[in-house]
Design a protein around this ligand. Sequence first.
Ligand code: SF4
Length: 352
Amino acid sequence: MTASPAPPVPKAATACSEAEMVEIFAKLREPAFRVTQLREFLYRKGVAGYDGVTNLSKTLRKQLAERMPLYELDAAGRQEGDDAAKWLWKARDGALIESVQIRVPGRLTSCLSSQVGCAMGCVFCATGLGGFERNLAAHEIVEQYLQMWGHSGEHSSHVVFMGMGEPLHNYDEVMQAIRTLNAPPPKGCGIGARRITISTVGIVPGILKLAGEQLQLELAVSLHAPDEETRARLIPASRRYPIREVMPAVREFCRKARRMVTFEYVLLAGINDSVAQARELAGLLQDLPCKANLIPFNPVAETPYERPSREAQDAFKAVLDAAQIPTTIRFSKGKSVAAACGQLRRERAPSA
Ligand code: SF4
């Protein structure tokens, strides 16, 4: 006798369309407005599970949990530091995803992952070292935001796509997630587009497509080197999108979206931190509505790279300051929680 197949796992509320939710509620003989009640609560209050959805009866919540779980991601780990809390999630297929809540005075930011692993292969990044597994679905991205809020009780006003993965390499799902994060309740979380930052290593077609979106998103471009050779060494995937193509695409984004762009630059001792490289960088950024974020490297165990001295950091910044490019030295938050992207996941998943 052959075993009967396991029943299909029901879709989570975050993955269901409004019409699918109405159908599930109808089967429970509940009116369609209960869907709005559920979504309103989900996106406005931040809950860890159905127990927190207190505007629906206990009986209904129990029935819903069986037919349409609230979330798909399971909390698999958390590290708490002074300035950041890092979360590890397990997806239904066993994939491990990280996200971080980053604190600066007066602001909490959710740093979300867009992919499981990453194909860009940045040589200083724990995620890049692990390779690419798959794209995240839009609801898996939104869930990171909702679940961090629900579990911690702390609401993030800002979102950055600086976790695992290259967001413009998963364009459609990331944009769908952004629409949900941006839409006002009950359709979404109501986060202003100007509070959502996409960080890319410079996927040219993605930057150009983004320029045409009717959204006032923030764009951050990781350059990490002012010359093609050093950049290709640090970001192997950037060979497909060299600086000579990235910069015109960024210009086009600034022009069409009427937005300023942030250039991210991880400072690695002896690799990309010389005064000559700072001058070259200043030349690239001249005449662009932009600012530069210098990020002294946060050491990752499996890499040979080191953080430049404070003097070298200051000398690099001084060149950009002299060129009148607004520049900050940003220390990556969450050193205390292994916040280099992919680090917690690799600690928990030695096979990754
Ligand atoms: S730094 Fe970002 S783009 Fe580069 S490998 Fe890591 S996750 Fe991917």
